[in-house]
Design a protein around this ligand. Structure first.
Ligand code: SF4
Length: 349
């Protein structure tokens, strides 16, 4: 069977931001199966959403899982490999796959593996950085990227920015209008400790919306269950969902909320994918790193008065300065005001 292969073994958020690339490949090369090589646990979501035909999951550091993936790929006649993950490990993995053409982002060893090397656009939003990998094989993408209006494109708070982005870069062809449900989801977790806003802040926001008559659900993966339990103990009418849903189920559930409130984490991208309005609290990371929620209905809350931001691409497990003021100085009222503004903007029509 003939196939295209995309290697994207990064975290869930990056995988979601690769969806416009996956969709473009399916649309323009419908006769080829789309195989996505991704991180363990993330493939079901792409299959259930019918975004990929097959997902091969690998576990970082587990050589056996890479070998299993190679054995599976051996059975396909592979037209193109698109290696969007920029690690040496992914490059070495791509080197071992038989394919007519291999395309990756420019790197020191890239010439050794890739037929086409594409420059990585550091200053672009991640969706566009990723889909840029098609610029040598897809002239429409090449031309569209040349015509995008870049002004403020990294900033969701700049009104009316995303509508200038052509449909081919969007998650959905048409933006889905929502009917209000009076339900809010809070995702207080993050893989990186410094990217988490304060527990007390989430408690205050949960209690505010409960008092306003909203259903408030506490969401997240199994690692975030304990944090959500602590928040639930101080906001007892909130419902605890963390650790109870698979990734695919969480993505589906997100479609039913008026608003998602989260840190700079995968939840922001899950909400954007479902066209659910999303408020994202940025701490050690900043918008110019390229990971804005890819949505028209998004708002960012951040502390713009600190010189130490950003202090890393992902943040750290501990604040290097010890005070964690990028998050500690953001008060609940700031988040509540932004949430109410986004709700009124999203549902006023
Ligand atoms: S160094 Fe600054 S940006 Fe980094 S975690 Fe600490 S307060 Fe936040």
């Amino acid at each position: 069977m003939q196939a295209n292969v995309v290697i994207q073994t990064a975290f869930l958020g990056d995988l979601i931001l690769s969806i416009p690339l996956f969709k473009r490949l399916k649309e323009t090369q419908p006769k080829l199966s789309l195989i996505v090589v991704c991180k363990k646990g993330l493939g079901d979501f792409l299959i259930q959403e019918k975004i990929a035909d097959q997902c091969i999951e690998i576990t970082k550091g587990d050589k056996k899982s890479y070998q299993t993936a190679l054995n599976i790929l051996e059975k396909f006649e592979i037209e193109n490999i698109y290696c969007v993950h920029r690690s040496i490990r992914s490059l070495l993995f791509a080197a071992q796959i038989r394919a007519k053409k291999k395309i990756g982002f420019s790197s020191f060893f890239g010439f050794w593996v890739f037929d086409d090397q594409v420059d990585f656009a550091d200053e672009w939003p991640e969706v566009l950085r990723i889909i840029k990998i098609l610029e040598t094989t897809d002239t429409v993408i090449y031309k569209s990227l040349s015509n995008v209006n870049w002004e403020n494109l990294n900033d969701p708070n700049a009104d009316g920015v995303l509508p200038s982005v052509p449909d081919i870069f969007a998650f959905k062809k048409k933006y889905i209008s929502k009917v209000p449900t009076k339900k809010i989801a809070l995702f207080p977790g993050s893989v990186w400790a410094t990217k988490k806003w304060t527990e007390a802040g989430f408690v205050a926001v949960a209690n505010f919306f409960l008092k306003e008559g909203y259903t408030v659900d506490l969401m997240g993966g199994p690692d975030e269950k304990q944090l959500c339990e602590q928040i639930a103990s101080a906001a007892p009418q909130a419902t605890l969902w963390a650790g109870r849903l698979s990734i695919a189920e969480s993505v589906q559930a997100i479609a039913n909320y008026d608003l998602v409130i989260c840190n700079d984490s995968a939840a922001a991208h899950m909400a954007s994918y479902q066209c659910t309005p999303v408020l994202t609290i940025f701490g050690p990371t900043t918008l110019n790193l390229g990971f804005r929620p890819w949505s028209n209905s998004a708002i960012i809350v951040e502390n713009n008065g600190l010189d130490c931001r950003p202090c890393g691409k992902h943040g750290h497990q501990k604040c290097p300065l010890g005070h964690h003021n990028c998050m500690n100085l953001i008060g609940p009222q700031q988040v509540i005001d932004a949430a109410l503004f986004l709700i009124s903007k999203s549902y006023s029509a």
